[in-house]
Design a protein around this ligand. Structure first.
Ligand code: FAD
Length: 455
């Protein structure tokens, strides 16, 4: 038996459900296939649960710090059952809301494992769902290290999110976003944490100044790290785990988190059999997210590039509008904001300084130190706002680090996306005392009229 709709979407994560919802708004009939839970990685194993843990971690730090602010509190420890109850409440509420949204939108929701069985069709439990167009949105899953066996003491983020106790000593393999977020949580919960990163610094995809500042802050927080270090092997027993580095050093721990990136979910799903070209499992697309097969698109983590939920949303909206003939502007990774929610938070959009130099030759930069920002001083955070502009040209990159600085990335996105000049931004007044002022101050400085900055 075959069910025909305008659009079939395989995968109900950020990319897939955004495609489905926008397509319904545009009057298309839509089938959305999901084998697990609507909302995908972001809602159930990614953004939302990790940010709930990070909020609990922030409360632990606040409880410790409160007496220094004249507030009588004491930190008595972490009750992981309570932490999970809080995290799961948030996830469940959002999941129920999303189910309601998709249900009331008129999307035909099909539960089950789907597989591409024709040029634009998917089979689920013996039923074929054919679309005039097919959107592949099967996302990504955690990678491990060849030869490393996962288990109770060696795990990826999927299992780490459900740990029922705070590990005494942790080794985190991978100093990028997921690794530093978990390192931050566990340190706030009281663990001894060591991060092992193969490249020469933490958060290696960020502007080098951000990495240096994060390392300084982590050192101050008592988080250890070994950069430029290659893992040779990981062993574990009931008693503990050990990470052996190239050169012979052995790091022992109660728990090892393997946070070495995520790979595409595409194996065995029939993509290549029906003309969808893959590159090491990733779906190859053009700038309009068209795969090599006619009428087949791909969105979200399955498409090489930034692995972020809001990129998946943007891809989904784009593809629905494209199929509807609205000719939307392509989604470019360079204008997508990136936030790492460790303490201190990191946020960025656009080009790093080295990338900007490579792309534009001469650039000007200004880093406004949060030491001069009243609200940041109240929060007790160190950090900066670094703005990169083309020489006498528009802002091409903004890089932020400091407690809560992720919240400032919205304005930075508009600056880069609208190709604003610092002079344009400097005309607008930023509220005092906010951390947002730091963006205004950096723009004032680059426009040649610094206020609370050394020119
Ligand atoms: C620990 C962690 C923290 C993160 N934090 C953030 C963050 O703070 N901010 C942010 O923007 N991003 C974050 N991310 C990344 C974000 O979760 C992903 O970018 C996003 O979920 C990608 O959406 P997607 O729809 O492409 O894929 P996914 O969310 O992976 O969804 C794919 C869906 O397809 C389904 N599926 C797969 N195969 C089949 C099949 N054969 N049949 C039916 N269904 C199938 C899966 O069950 C899944 O639900 C985080 C990720 C992790 C792991």
């Amino acid at each position: 038996m075959s069910n025909q709709t305008d659009l079939v979407v395989l995968g109900g994560g950020s990319g897939g459900y955004a495609t489905a919802l926008r397509a319904r708004q545009l009057g298309m009939s839509v089938t959305l296939v999901e084998r697990d839970r609507l909302g995908g990685t972001c809602l159930h194993r990614g953004c939302v649960p990790t940010k709930a843990l990070l909020h609990a971690a922030e409360l632990a730090d606040a409880a410790r710090a409160a007496p220094a602010h004249g507030i009588r509190t004491s930190f008595d420890g972490v009750d992981m059952t309570g932490v999970h109850a809080f995290k799961d409440r948030v996830v469940d509420r959002l999941h129920a809301g999303l189910r309601g949204l998709v249900g009331s939108s008129g999307v035909t929701y099909v539960e089950g494992e789907g597989r591409m069985v024709g040029p634009t069709s998917v089979e689920v439990d013996g039923q074929v769902h054919a679309g005039a167009h097919l959107v592949l949105a099967t996302g990504s899953s955690p990678r491990s290290i060849p030869g490393v066996t996962l288990g109770p003491r060696v795990m990826t983020s999927d299992q780490a999110l459900r740990l029922d106790e705070v590990p005494g000593r942790v080794v985190v393999i991978g100093g990028s976003v997921i690794g530093v977020e978990f390192a931050s949580v566990w340190r706030s919960f009281g663990s001894e944490v060591t991060i092992v990163e193969g490249l020469s610094g933490l958060v290696p995809l960020e502007d080098p100044a951000i990495g240096t500042q994060l390392e300084r802050a982590f050192r101050r927080r008592g988080i250890s790290f070994r950069t430029g270090a290659t893992v040779r092997g990981v062993t574990s027993s009931e008693a503990g785990a050990a990470v052996t580095l190239e050169g012979g050093d052995v790091l022992t721990a109660d728990l090892v988190l393997v946070a070495v990136g995520r790979g595409p979910v595409s194996a065995g799903l029939g993509y290549e059999d029906h003309g969808v070209a893959l590159d090491r499992g990733w779906v190859v697309v053009d700038e309009r997210l068209r795969t090599s097969a006619p009428h087949v698109y791909a969105v979200g983590d399955l498409v090489p590039g930034l692995q972020l939920a809001h990129r998946g949303f943007a891809h989904g909206i784009f593809v629905a509008e494209e199929v509807a003939g609205l000719s939307p502007d392509p989604v470019e990774d360079v204008t997508i904001p990136r936030v790492t929610y460790c303490e201190p938070e990191i946020a960025s959009v656009g080009l790093t300084e080295p990338q900007a130099r490579e792309a534009h030759g001469e650039v000007e930069t200004y880093a406004y130190d949060l030491a001069g920002n009243g609200k940041s001083q109240i929060l007790g955070t160190a950090g900066f706002v670094k703005v990169v502009r083309q020489a006498d040209g528009p802002i091409v990159g903004v890089h932020l680090i400091g407690t809560r600085m992720g919240e400032q990335v919205g304005e930075a996105t508009l600056m880069v996306g609208w190709e604003a000049f610092p002079e344009d931004v400097a005309r607008f007044v930023h509220a005092h005392p906010t951390q947002n002022e730091a963006l205004g101050e950096a723009a004032l400085a680059l426009a040649g009229k610094p206020l609370h900055a050394h020119g």
